[in-house]
Design a protein around this ligand. Structure first.
Ligand code: PLP
Length: 521
């Protein structure tokens, strides 16, 4: 048994408290039981003590509420505890390693938060006179310069508010260019590889194009033979939407040839840049022949995301598409910054606005802070460390698990379920990870790999943490390989055991009804 410096055992006891341990409180150790807020509070109770409103005139024309709203009343400590207990049931990047792939949830330096909260950035309004927000406009301009430099592209649209929104921006620019060429009626087909993120085909369709799927080859890259076959009659080709590195975590090695083929066919090359974090500082997409690419600031430049929080998807554009960028954008003249809100020049073919204002100021501030605090060399190092960490995981786990493809990966390691015994699925492995204290990896995506398990550690984790994670994964994988039936019951230690996920997705119960009303029905 190993001991820590205090002489306490660091080996978990064999008698781990399993689900059959009964507690009177319903709590499990320091994991507190928590009921719904409606069950905790009572409509008869109130947390505040206000005098009853003075009767006065009815300003609502008789539509004032006659009954109580039925909201639960709680005292302040009850309300605080309710939400703190719920928050403790959440897994978070500030709690442990987040293995989700295609996501890049990583550490967001606290410095970014500090700068984003500075009143000069946080307490301004988009309708303020521009003379009073010169610093904010300069920040947007500087960030734009960094993005153009890192990608080797001449223009950038800053306003898209998510990756998918950036795709929409890029594809609208392509539409604009095709319209100007008088070819929007004929060029209607967009090629999308089978491994693409679901937003790619959705964007193409939203912009009025038809999606034509290209196969993946045995190496997990675009099948060049299939691509060439699809380009044989190229008169209707609008372009391609390709992710690089792709969603299998692999660099598209034929990307230059793909760009040339698409351009020869008269189409444009949209690159999904969600995985830019794997190549920042090493590869400039502009050098690969890309015409448009969104950058998820919330995946590559550290701004927090998830839980529906704000994202930002600035979209860089090539010379061919620059004139079709949306408004507004920032320009500098003699040291004064202003927003161009309307174009009257040649670029008036541009499609207008994507959103009411200029984009996500808070995300811009965090991203530029991250860039300035890392410097160009630090950004490159973050990309290299992310790739190194993913390869470390792939190399350790492949002693039991089956890598989906041969060779090195980029920022994420992808496994198939080929190693599991009959009857054990990817889902069982994911559930067992919860017992080990980890959020499950991305599973069943990309669809081109059977029972896919996609793991992305990013640069955030130390070797010790990666090893701890790999040890847990290998012990679960061994069980999966041996067909250990206990995996089917996992998680054993979570506040909620295995839920009926199909029911939860198809027939969600989102309303609470008072028990006596339910009984009366
Ligand atoms: C995350 C992601 C997107 C979509 O980005 P959002 O900011 O979530 O809209 C698109 N493509 C890929 C490959 C992604 O990983």
């Amino acid at each position: 048994m190993s001991m820590n410096s205090q002489g306490r055992s660091t080996t978990p006891s064999e008698a781990t408290p399993h689900s059959d341990v009964h507690t009177v409180s319903g709590s499990r150790g320091l994991q507190q039981r928590e009921d719904l807020i409606f069950e905790t509070g009572s409509t008869a109770k109130t947390g505040v003590d206000l005098p009853a409103p003075k009767g006065g005139m009815d300003r609502l024309g008789g539509v004032t509420r006659k009954q109580s709203v039925g909201l639960p009343g709680l005292s302040e400590p009850e309300a605080v505890r309710h939400y703190v207990r719920l928050s403790q049931k959440n897994y978070a990047i500030d709690l442990g390693l987040f293995p989700l792939g295609s996501c890049t949830m990583k550490h967001n330096p606290r410095l970014n938060e500090k700068v984003a909260r500075m009143p000069g950035f946080a307490d301004i309004h988009p309708m303020q006179p521009q003379a009073t927000v010169q610093g904010a406009l300069e920040l947007i301009d500087q960030l734009a310069t960094w993005l153009k430099t890192l990608t080797g592209m001449p223009a950038v649209a800053m306003s898209p508010k998510a990756g998918a929104h950036g795709e929409f921006c890029g594809m609208m620019a392509i539409r604009g260019a095709l319209m100007a060429r008088g070819e929007i009626e004929t060029r209607t087909r967009v090629l999308v590889p089978a491994s693409a993120h679901g937003t790619n085909p959705a964007t193409a369709v939203q912009c009025g194009f038809k999606v034509d799927e290209i196969k993946a080859d045995a190496r997990g890259r675009v099948d060049m033979e299939d691509l060439k076959a699809k380009l044989e009659d190229s008169s209707d080709i609008a372009g391609i939407m390709l992710t690089n590195p792709n969603t299998c975590g692999l660099f598209e090695t034929d990307i230059r040839e793909i760009a040339d083929l698409i351009h020869e066919a008269g189409g444009y090359f949209y690159c999904d840049g969600a995985n830019f974090n794997a190549i920042v500082g090493r590869v400039r997409p502009g050098d690969l022949g890309v015409d448009a690419m969104h950058i998820n600031l919330h995946k590559t430049f550290s701004t927090p995301h998830g839980g529906g929080g704000p994202g930002a998807g600035p979209t860089v554009l090539s010379e061919a598409l620059a004139d079709y960028a949306p408004v507004p954008f920032v320009v500098e003249e003699d040291g004064v910054f202003h927003l161009v809100e309307q174009r009257t020049d040649e670029g008036s073919d541009a499609f207008g606005r994507l959103c009411a204002f200029h984009g996500q100021m808070g995300m811009f501030t965090r991203a530029l802070t991250y860039m300035l605090s890392h410097g160009a060399d630090g950004l490159k190092q973050a990309a290299e460390d992310a790739v190194l960490n993913a390869n470390y995981i792939q190399s350790r786990l492949k002693s039991v698990m089956t890598p989906a493809f041969d060779g090195y990966c980029m920022h994420e390691a992808l496994f198939s379920d080929a190693f599991t015994a009959e009857g054990i699925e990817t889902l069982d492995i994911a559930k067992a990870m919860i017992d080990e204290g980890y959020h499950p990896m991305t599973m069943y995506f990309p669809l081109v790999v059977h029972g896919a398990m996609l793991i992305e550690p990013t640069e955030t984790e130390s070797k010790a943490e990666l090893d701890r994670f790999c040890d847990s994964m290998l012990s679960i994988a061994e069980k999966a390989k041996a067909g250990d039936e206990s995996l089917k019951g996992a998680p054993y230690l979570a506040p909620m055991r295995r839920l009926d996920e199909t029911q939860a997705a198809r027939k969600p119960e989102l309303r609470w009804s008072e028990p006596d009303k339910v009984a009366a029905e």
